[in-house]
Design a protein around this ligand. Structure first.
Ligand SMILES: Nc1ncnc2c1ncn2[C@@H]1O[C@H](COP(=O)(O)OP(=O)(O)OP(=O)(O)O)[C@@H](O)[C@H]1O
Ligand SMILES: [Mg+2]
Length: 506
């Protein structure tokens, strides 16, 4: 018998550390400050990051989080153009107000000035359930622009620089804008948009940001999370990408979408501990209650997973897990859509609430938390499993997880255990990384990519184990006669546009 294996200690999950930011260095070091404004189904956030341009490492300077359900009610005459998954009505004006207040509060707390200290703002949203097609996310992003402008953000901080003259003097030595054009690959990966110009999934931008953010976050660990990789962002909804193993730029060969935190939320809504409609796991999570992972928790987790459907999205669907998709466009672009749903577009969420009700009436909070951790770990490994079955995930693929519903509690250890069972890796802990605030970190990466700023000595681009690809990028670009030409004379006020992979979409 192999005793080494029998007594093997549990692997330690690699969780990117997030050391506190030293404000005293703000003036002495070249820090690039980016605001990530995110309106999610559960939370609305402004996350301010500072990236040290010499190392490419990103620090969280401030994170101001509000509950989206606390947005002010629509006023008479306003057009309700979206609802969160739980039914909170949103108008352009109410979102703009929420965003404005969150941005201002975040800057006040960080003692930064919006007009003079901030270098870039990236806007994103997970509130896509009500859109009829993936393309419509642009309208929402435009509403976010209003909030940013109202808060005093200069319009030029929302669009790519495109020319060295638009880059602040102190950052000019860090940009390669005169050597490499930004061709739409953020952190070395093209978005899944082919010749048709049709978006394949409504929250592709979130997946792009999360992937880039996990790449940056992995720098704080010994996991090399470059291409090929698979990212999973467990917000209320799921987003993420699978990338190919190509140089200099990888392609998006998979997208993850559907329900994520909405699964534990539905369970918790059944317990009676939170509001039946808008309650969230976040409302009861305390970090002190030690979860129980015993037999009962496992049984409830199995019941939950029986209700959760994870599969390649069938061609017939226009929405999967409430997220608008275009499976035909995906197939045309060789992108596999991996979806997570409960019934059809959440039709069985009430069954999850019944599980929650049953669980809490007869058991305890410890078992509830244990159940949710076990259930989500299984969801994560099932998503990876579909990727393997579809041939887009191999032993070379690095896995990255971000978002509260994927990294809170003991989920990292449990996810490692589940992934170990798939038998993909000899050492899963060296191939799986957990990153907090992946999306905001990704916003910081995207801001720099749009301005051709990078750190060749510590690259995000390229392949796992490989070196910087600046030379390959230059060769590639000179070989492409059809390369997009930067618009040097684009008007400054282009805030109504939004950018996925830096490409203007409206
Ligand atoms: N301990 C926990 N266990 C499971 N889920 C949790 C836990 N804590 C928070 N969550 C869930 O994470 C989700 C919130 O995460 P986050 O704030 O990233 O989502 P969001 O940005 O509002 O959503 P989206 O961007 O998908 O619209 C909620 O569904 C919340 O209940
Ligand atoms: Mg989100």
């Amino acid at each position: 018998m192999n005793f080494g294996r029998l007594f093997k200690s549990k692997p330690t999950p690699r969780i990117a550390s997030s050391p506190p930011f030293n404000y005293l260095e703000l003036r002495s070091k070249p820090y690039y400050i980016v605001g990530s404004v995110e309106v999610g189904n559960t939370t609305t956030k402004c996350v301010l990051t500072a990236t040290d341009m010499t190392t490419g490492k990103t620090f969280i300077v401030n994170k101001t989080v509000k509950m989206t359900r606390d947005v002010r009610r629509p006023k008479a005459g306003e057009d309700v153009f979206a609802h969160t998954i739980n039914g909170t009505p949103l108008t352009k004006e109410s979102i703009a107000e929420l965003v404005k207040n969150t941005l201002i509060e975040s800057h006040e707390r960080a003692r930064l000035d919006i007009k003079t200290d901030l270098h870039f703002v990236v806007r994103s949203t997970g509130v896509v359930a009500e859109l009829d097609s993936p393309d419509q996310v642009g309208t929402f992003i435009q509403a976010l622009a209003k909030g940013c402008l109202d808060a005093g953000v200069p319009p030029r901080l929302m669009t790519p620089a495109m020319s060295i003259h638009n880059i602040l003097e102190k950052f000019r030595r860090y940009t390669m804008i005169e050597k490499v054009i930004f061709m739409g690959a953020v952190a070395s990966c093209f978005p899944p948009q082919g010749s048709t110009g049709v978006e394949v999934v409504a929250n592709e931008m979130e997946g792009e940001l999360a992937t880039a953010g996990i790449k940056e976050g992995s720098r704080w660990t010994d996991v090399d999370f470059r291409n090929p990789c698979l990212s999973m962002d467990f917000g209320t909804t799921l987003d993420g990408r699978v990338t190919s193993e190509e140089l200099p730029y990888a392609h998006t060969i998979g997208n993850l979408l559907g329900l994520a935190g909405a699964i534990p939320d539905a369970v918790v809504q059944g317990t009676g501990l939170v509001d039946k409609m808008t309650g969230a796991t976040l409302d009861i999570f305390d970090g002190k209650t030690k979860p129980d992972y015993g037999k009962e928790a496992q049984q409830y987790a199995d019941q939950i997973n029986d209700l959760v459907k994870i599969e390649k999205v069938p061609l017939s669907r226009t929405k999967y897990g409430l997220v608008p998709v275009c499976p035909e466009a995906a197939a045309g672009n060789n992108v596999v859509l991996i979806g997570c749903d409960v019934g059809i577009n959440g039709s069985d969420l009430s069954k999850l609430s019944s599980v929650g009700s049953d669980l809490y009436q007869s058991k305890s909070l410890k078992i509830l938390f244990g159940t949710l951790d076990l259930a989500m770990a299984k969801v994560a490994s099932r998503l990876v499993q579909v990727g393997v079955e579809e041939g887009i995930v191999t032993k070379n693929t690095a896995i990255g997880v971000t978002g509260r519903a994927g990294i809170s509690g003991n989920k990292p250890s449990l996810i490692i255990e589940e992934i170990e069972k798939l038998g993909l890796y000899d050492q899963p802990e060296k191939n799986v990384v957990f990153v907090d605030d992946g999306l905001a970190r990704g916003a910081a990466v995207m801001a720099r990519c749009m301005n051709s700023m990078g750190t060749p000595k510590n690259p995000l681009g390229g392949l796992r184990g490989g070196r910087c690809i600046l030379k390959e990028r230059m060769d590639y670009e000179s070989s492409k006669s059809s390369a997009p030409v930067p618009q040097l004379d684009r008007p400054e006020d282009d805030t109504q546009a939004y950018f996925v992979g830096g490409h203007k979409r409206n």
